[in-house]
Structure formats: C-alpha cells, structure tokens
Design a protein around this ligand. Structure first.
Ligand code: G6P
Ligand code: ZN
Length: 551
C-alpha cells in the first residue's frame, strides 16, 4: 500500500459518552442519521474492540449488506482495528458480505470475531436505518454477557483510538494491503459461501430440477443476496437469466423494506400466490439471513418450514446421517416439536434471538434451528441462513419431485397442522405499548383458569429460559397464555425496531391429522384473535384498527 501521508495512531476524546448504545435483539440498530452523529460509530466500535477477547494480534472479519454507510464504516473499522493491534482484517469486494457468509468466514479463518454492518430487514439509505452486529469466534452473535459488557463500556468511554493518515483499503478488487501493522485482505465475499453450500447440497440434482420445467423466482430485494443468488441459481445451477430479481445491492434497497414476508415482498407474493406461472418463489432480507419460501398459491409459514426441513433433513447430503436435535424460539409454533417427537430427537425452546442457539450448536446438541421471524439455519454456521434454507427446499423438491403445496399437505396429514399467525402493530407510541404489555403481565396470575376464546387458560407466564449448556437464566421473554387444548397466544415487544415500539401477537392452534387441515389460518385463529384483542384492548390502546403486518 502506498501511503500518501504518514500514519499515526490518534486518541480522540469524547466530550461525553453516549448513553444509548445498548445492543438490541441483533446488534446496535439506529437510524442512519443517528449513526452520523460525530464519534457515534467509533464509540461502539471502540467498546467492542475493548471487550471482544483476542482482538490484539487476532483476525477480524468485516463487511455488510451494502446499505448506505457500509463502505465508510468499513474504513473507520479498519483504521480502528489497526490502532488496536488487530493483525489481520478480512473484508470483501464492495464491502458486500451477507451475515451467513460472514459467520462462515469467521469460522473458516479462525477469526476472533466479526463486525457485520447491517440493520437486517430494516429499510436503508440516509432516511433509513444502519446497524452494527458484533459476532464472536464461533461465528455467531455474541452472547448477552458480551453485549452487556460492550454497552457498559460505551457508558464509560472517554475516547477512542484510530489510525489517521495513509489511505483507505481499496475494496474495488481482491488484494492485500496494510494499515500500519494491520494486514488488510480484500476477498470475494461470495466464493467461500458457495463452496460451503456445494458441500451441503447436491448441486447436480438441484441443477437438473432448475434446468427443467421449473420456473422459479428469487427476490433479492436489492439487498445483499443478489450476487450470491445470481452465482448459485443462474451461474451454477443453470436457472434462466432473470430468475434472480432485484439482484443488484443498492444503498437504499431501491426504497424498499427488505423483509421477506407477504407484506414487504409483495411483488413476489403476488407472483406466486396469484397464479400458477411459477412453481417456486423465495426471498431473503437485507443481510441475507432471513428467508421466505413460496410455492404456487402456497405460502410456507416459517414455523412449518423448520418442521418440513426437520422431517426431510436426510434428503440433503450434508444431513444424511441424521440430526443431533432441533431447536426453535418460543414464539415459533410447535410444528417442529411434533416432528422431533416422532423422530426421537431432542427439541429445545429458546428465547427470541439467534444468539440463544449458539451454545446448543457449539455443544453439538442440535443440528437444525429456526424462528417464526423467517429465520432457519443449522450447525454449518452460527447465524440463520436465507439462501441455505432456499437450497434446502430445492433439495427436497428435487428429491421428491412434488410441488410445494403437496409437500405441505403430506406433512400436515402425517403430523397435524399448527395454524399459526403473527400480528404486528408497528411504531406504536412506546408508552401505549408498554402500558398494554405491563397490564397483561400484572393480570397474568389471575388469568389462570379463566375462559378465553371458549377455552380455559392453563398457564399464564412470562417466558424465562435456562440455557442447558451454561446454566445462564434469561427472563422477561414474552407473555404466554397457554390454553388447555394446546392453543396459545403470546405477546412480545420487538427488540429490533427503531421507531416507537412494535407489539407482536403470536397466535397458534393445533389440529391433529384427523382434523380440518385446509383452513385459512386467519379463520382458524379467528376466536383467538378476537379474544386477545378484547383482553389486551389492543385496538383501543394502540389506536390501530388492524395490524401493520400479518404473517
Ligand atoms: C432478528 C434476530 C432474530 C429474531 C428477530 C426478531 O432477526 O436475528 O433472531 O428472531 O430479529 O426480533 P424481534 O425482537 O423484532 O421480534
Ligand atoms: Zn437479517
């Protein structure tokens, strides 16, 4: 690297520390504008570099989903890494690196961790959101002990160290350079991830499917998965050009909201749900860890998706030897539990947030895991993985030679169906949301034995989790009303929003194989929907007639 001016390590003082850098469900997520506050990003990175074990002399992986602020942040992090004695920084061309690919690179290179620049499925651009996720040496989101320590460090921070002078790493092509003693390695962010997928799935078999009469549409939502999906589906598996839609990552995701659900991936949903022209559709979110899977006129609920992958896992070469166990987050439906029981697999119920799967995966107690929030993954990395889930589905379809709707119908007729829906009330005034939530929390002890939606409430509690690996206790994870017939309603406040509060209402009701398996979920759950609105006074307290998003 040629330095235009001499390099020096600067100690920059903060007039006062920031008080609002507490990481949420998934890293520090704020508006892009807030991240532009002078020293804001630097404060969080300084705290992270102080807390993450092994930083001095270690390797760090850095990249992001391409949103506004991504490239500038990579330069800042490289300069701060150099000032903190990091030996090697691995980043990618264009700074483009999906969350799952980052997790893989951390593991593959024995890095001490990674910094992933993303606000996941939140909109991007100057008026959107930005985020920083700190992953640990196992490739997964750092546990709460680390995020709490990072937050504590930000509250005390007097300043930060950064290298000034020299030139910024050139991210336009792969290559080696340095900032002082820090070696900066720019690699293609797609290659290693694709090689991993080729080890887990039978690309020849999936290729035969995609080159045949199998029109499919993949929507990258102008976010990070575009380059990965084009390489995998079009270049390697032979799907026709145009299969990948919105495949160029844009700083503002084309003005869209890169969240793969029926509301925000509307164009894809219409394409699949409104006609028989396509046999398969899928989308991923901003940073590539979420997925939505659709068949012709068939939406696969994420909770069901995990159950189907569990039931059919051995069809994929990477899982041919069977599974060690499975896990799902508490608000995810129990569809997987039923499969696990039948297959004799251990099944764990964790709080919302991928980080809670980390210990179970590291300890080899589970192979697959998933969440209702469109996240599915396995022990191949320590993040959920959108394209992995899509490939897994394609592998099952290639092996079974059956449409998605038939796979679902056969699954339900064997295991029964968990009618499931999540109703989100977004951007509610924080006071109203907490008022509603705390009121139900206080009412809970008295609710047991009361009637609700024509059934009786068997348990009413606030979900708490004791990690079976390290014994740590996490409480306050969501208000559950468990009904005597196995149905349930759960209330939770989102930990990932940046505007006001988002109330999530999770609704679930089980029908055995002998029951009616082909209802519209909103109809099947109608009584629960009415009952929870009455009990929690959702409409009156939020001032909203209907949910913002229904999945
Ligand atoms: C992120 C996390 C997930 C979590 C999801 C929902 O995507 O990685 O693990 O399920 O957020 O979080 P929220 O708190 O908004 O319901
Ligand atoms: Zn994401």
């Amino acid at each position: 690297m040629t330095s235009s001016n001499p390099l020096s390590i600067r100690q920059i003082s903060l007039a006062q520390p920031f008080s609002d850098q507490k990481p949420g469900t998934s890293g520090l997520r704020k508006s892009s504008r807030q991240f532009q506050t002078p020293h804001y990003l630097e404060s969080f990175i300084e705290a992270s570099l102080q807390v993450l074990p092994g930083v001095a002399g270690g390797t760090l992986v850095v990249g992001g989903d391409g949103r506004y602020g991504n490239l500038a942040a990579i330069s800042v992090i490289a300069r701060m890494a150099a000032a903190h004695g990091v030996a090697r920084l691995i980043t990618t061309t264009g700074g483009i690196l999906s969350t799952p690919a980052a997790s893989h690179l951390i593991r593959q290179h024995g890095a001490v961790g990674g910094v992933i620049l993303s606000a996941s499925h939140n909109p991007g651009g100057p008026d959107g959101d930005f985020g920083v996720k700190i992953n640990g040496a196992n490739g997964g989101p750092t546990p709460e002990s680390i995020t709490d320590a990072i937050y504590a460090a930000t509250l005390e921070l007097g300043g930060y160290r950064i290298c000034a002078g020299g030139s910024d790493p050139d991210l336009s092509t792969p290559g080696l350079s340095s900032i002082g003693d820090l070696q900066v390695e720019v690699i293609d962010g797609v290659d290693d991830y694709v090689a991993l997928m080729q080890r887990l799935f039978d690309f020849d078999q999936i290729g035969d499917l995609l080159r045949g009469d199998f029109p499919m549409a993949f929507d990258a939502m102008h976010a990070v998965t575009g380059p990965y999906a084009s390489r995998i589906f079009e270049e390697l598996l032979g799907a026709p050009a145009g299969t990948v839609r919105n495949g160029i990552p844009l700083e503002d995701f084309g003005g869209g909201h890169p969240d793969p659900n029926l509301t925000y991936a509307h164009d894809l949903a219409e394409l699949l749900m409104g006609s028989d022209a396509y046999k398969f559709g899928a989308a991923c979110d901003g940073d590539g860890d979420r997925n939505m899977v659709l068949g012709a006129r068939c939406f696969v609920n994420p909770s069901d998706s995990l159950a189907v992958l569990t039931a059919n896992a051995t069809l994929a070469p990477g899982y041919a030897d069977g599974l060690a166990g499975v896990a799902r987050s508490m608000p995810t439906s129990a569809a997987t539990d039923v499969v696990a029981k039948e297959l004799g697999l251990a099944c764990f119920e964790t709080p919302t947030g991928w980080k809670f799967f980390g210990n179970l995966l590291d300890a080899g107690r589970i192979t697959l895991c998933g969440e209702e929030s469109f996240g599915t993954g396995s022990n191949h990395i320590r993040e959920k993985d959108g394209l992995w889930a899509v490939l897994f589905w394609l592998q099952i379809l290639a092996r079974k030679q059956a449409p998605v709707s038939r796979i679902m119908a056969e699954h339900w007729s064997r295991f029964g169906r968990h009618y499931y829906s999540r109703h989100d009330y977004e951007a509610i005034a924080s006071e109203a949301a907490h008022g509603l939530y705390n009121r139900i929390k206080e009412m809970q002890p008295a609710l047991v034995g009361q009637s609700f939606a024509g059934r009786s409430i068997a348990t009413a509690d606030d979900f708490a989790y004791t990690d079976p690996v390290d014994g740590s206790l996490t409480s306050g994870q969501g208000l559950r009303l468990l009904l005597e017939d196995g149905s349930r309603v759960v209330l939770r406040l989102s930990g990932t929003g940046t505007q006001g509060a988002t109330l999530r209402v999770y609704l679930e009701s089980y029908v055995p194989p002998s029951g009616n398996l082909s209802q519209d979920p909103q109809m099947a759950l109608g009584e629960l929907i009415t009952a929870i609105d009455g009990l929690a006074e959702i409409k009156t307290r939020t001032g909203m007639d209907r949910p913002t998003v229904i999945t």
